[in-house]
Design a protein around this ligand. Structure first.
Ligand code: CO
Length: 518
């Protein structure tokens, strides 16, 4: 249903229903036919929605400290000719296989999950468990299950079977970081590309920026999945970069002002991500890295002071006149995860609110700045080269534009939001935001429904930017299982609701692959 934003101040959710999504997935299903419980599946919807997220949250009676430490579970919803089917399968990571065999937790997690036995059992165990749980995308003839701190896992796009760790035909070294947030350039320089990065962090951090072909080009001898270009740049300071954005000329990073104190991690008291803390006297920065085919190719990165706070995700970026515009979801502070906190009992009121903001960075003011000259945050010139404005007060996450507008000025964004216009609550609604006028449209699953990342799918042959559908997995607290809702991208009217034969925990990211499944 589409409703006008309501001024109601009271939260509209039941905590037990929200928390009931945190459970283990015990079954793997293959091509189970789905029918619409309400409405009808649009016959033109042709392709597969892939989705990743933690599917195992407890083992041997021990709950993980945070769902982000859970093993990656891939779901595939295939659509065609008005019908749909559902498949799901765990990524067979080294850690998943070992823990399945042992029946207990064998690894520490980055977000604070510990092996049994307290700090002594965990101290100096610095193995990373690659949980492959953050995003899933198609590149060439394989799916990649992504987790930012290590290499991707390659999967069969049809069966979802794990082929193994992938070094992308030798592009990556074993264990090399590869972000879970690739950006798909729709064709800024001819053929479409996948642009991604890996971060090696420390007192100085380096970013490896990589661009891959996503379609075969026999005339140029290029195959989908092939590396087309790369560059490496190093920056002063500890980098925590989960996401980035692209424009035709730039890869854009927002380096949060954050410090990493490794001692509690080394001593087995905290997970690595629990050792991150905002630096109150620190200076966040935009890092602009020139793309290989753009007008500034080969030049040094530009570093520009950024607003305080914390950003995980960006909506989009584009160039306008002499400005680079970046739209991001900002938090007032890093949402820390204390060692004593139970994630199922989180007090939403105590957490910072994610809000969409737009930063305008004046390229003409920045000039080329050698990154060697930036030895500390203090040496960054505080000038008027970036201005940031709030686009909407409502708590939001998981935002996207039409994929054809990736890196270009988009009129519309779709995102997961809270049902209330103010305050911090679980994500229960989908919002379409007119990025020009600020006009909002809301589809709400409250009070019993909890949404995940909405994925906008353009209608084949569509001319209008919002002509398509929004697909979203919804945790249905009433029946303690997951639904898939299909909304009209233009007015958010509900087209169909499919009741899935599975309970899927609150998840992370997903992607759409157009075309018929084989
Ligand atoms: Co993310």
């Amino acid at each position: 249903m589409t409703v006008a934003p309501s001024p109601a101040a009271a939260p509209s959710f039941n905590r037990a229903e929200w928390a009931s999504a945190f459970q283990n997935v015990e079954r793997e299903l293959s091509q189970v036919p789905l029918s619409a419980a309400r409405g009808a599946i649009p016959p033109e919807l042709l392709g597969t929605l892939y989705r990743n997220g933690p599917g195992r949250l407890e083992r041997g009676g021990q709950w993980l400290h945070h769902p982000f430490d859970g093993d990656g579970l891939i779901c595939a919803l295939r659509f065609g000719a008005g019908a749909a089917s559902f498949s799901n399968r765990f990524v067979r990571t080294e850690g998943w296989l070992a823990e399945e065999a042992a029946g207990r937790v064998l690894y520490r997690g980055v977000f604070g999950s510990q092996k049994p036995g307290g700090p002594l059992a965990n101290a100096f165990d610095l193995r990373l468990k690659n949980v492959a749980n953050t995003q899933v995308v198609q590149l060439g003839d394989q799916l990649l299950a992504l987790w930012e701190a290590s290499s991707p896992h390659a999967l069969d796009p049809n069966s979802l079977e794990t082929r193994g760790l992938s070094l992308l035909d030798g592009v990556l070294k074993t264990g090399e970081a590869f972000s879970a947030h690739p950006r798909f350039d729709p064709g800024h320089h001819g053929a479409p590309r996948m642009v991604n990065f890996g971060v090696k962090t420390g007192p100085r951090s380096s970013i490896r920026l990589m661009e891959f072909a996503t379609v075969d080009d026999p005339e140029r001898g290029i195959q989908a999945g092939q590396l087309l270009s790369e560059r490496r740049d190093s920056f002063a300071g500890f980098a925590f970069l989960h996401d980035f954005a692209i424009t035709p000329n730039w890869a854009v990073f927002l380096q949060n002002a954050i410090a990493f104190n490794p001692l509690p991690y080394l001593l087995g008291q905290r997970g690595a991500a629990q050792c991150l803390k905002s630096k109150p006297d620190g200076q966040a920065q935009f890092w602009l890295v020139p793309r290989a085919s753009g007008s500034y190719a080969g030049q040094e990165p530009r570093l520009i002071p950024a607003p305080a706070g914390f950003v995980f995700h960006h909506l989009n970026a584009y160039e306008e006149g002499d400005e680079l515009v970046l739209e991001s979801i900002h938090y007032a502070d890093f949402p820390s995860i204390g060692p004593e906190d139970d994630f199922r009992a989180v007090d939403f009121e105590q957490l910072p609110v994610g809000q969409l903001k737009r930063s305008r960075i004046k390229l003409s003011n920045t000039g080329v700045q050698s990154n060697n000259s930036v030895q500390s945050n203090n040496s960054v010139q505080s000038n008027n080269s970036a201005q940031t404005e709030l686009l909407s007060e409502r708590c939001c996450e998981f935002a996207m534009v039409n994929p054809a507008k990736q890196g270009l000025k988009a009129r519309y964004g779709w995102m997961a939001v809270a049902a209330r216009p103010q305050g911090n609550d679980p994500l229960q609604a989908i919002k379409k935001l007119d990025l020009q006028s600020g006009e909002e449209m809301i589809w709400s699953a409250a009070p019993h429904g909890f949404v995940s990342e909405p994925v906008f799918v353009p209608r084949p042959g569509a001319a209008a930017e919002d002509d398509g559908w929004v697909l979203c997995l919804v945790w249905n607290g009433s029946r303690a299982a997951s639904d898939l809702v299909i909304l009209n991208g233009h007015d958010l009217s509900e087209q169909a609701l499919l009741e899935l034969p599975l309970a899927i925990p609150h998840g992370l990211h997903g992607s759409w692959v157009a075309g018929s499944a084989q």
